[in-house]
Ligand binder design. Sequence first.
Ligand code: CA
Length: 227
Amino acid sequence: MRILIVEDEQKVAGALQEGLEGEHYEAAIAETGEDAFFRASAERFDLILLDVMLPGRDGLEVLRTLREQGVQTPVLLLTARDTLEDRVLGLDSGADDYLVKPFAFEELLARIRALLRRGRIDDALSLGVSDLHMDLLTRKVDRAGQPVDLTTREFELLEYLLRRQGRTVSRETLARDVWKVTERATPIDNVIDVHIARLRRKIDAGGAPRLIHTVRGVGFALGETAP
Ligand code: CA
């Protein structure tokens, strides 16, 4: 599997390359939008990791041009921006998924595996389990066809659990990846518990089979059955 890393910060690009090669991916680096465009047009890659913040032509511009030229390689956008507008803009420009910096390397690997597995844009833009469905582009969630109204944080939390369905996720991981809090403390654990409880009331309401499970002493898991 060949991955093209498009990142102008040499340190970051080098660390990504080293990490990916450690996972047995072949990884090449392009430091500018122009370089990325030439390589992606001339060579075959299975995936492009594209940083949005690049000097000259930024990532979104590179992406739009690639798609206009018919390059269909899956693109995972790396962005420091985390607003709904930017996310939609990124996905509208032809990205298959996005990851907000700073991210854990494990998270990046999970997204890469998912994209390589799916390989299709339509699938990558939605997540689901049982009769629960999440559309990443419109940011809408429904269960059994009934719309579920979520806050931004609840949406992020559910998205995180959906991407790891069937696996137990600890409060520590949630604090780090969803709340971006690195120091573990009781207050953040309480905040997480409150959000899980709210999400449960919205998702697992009305006697529907339970999808969010508590794993005692560890954390939570999403799935049709408890892990
Ligand atoms: Ca950059």
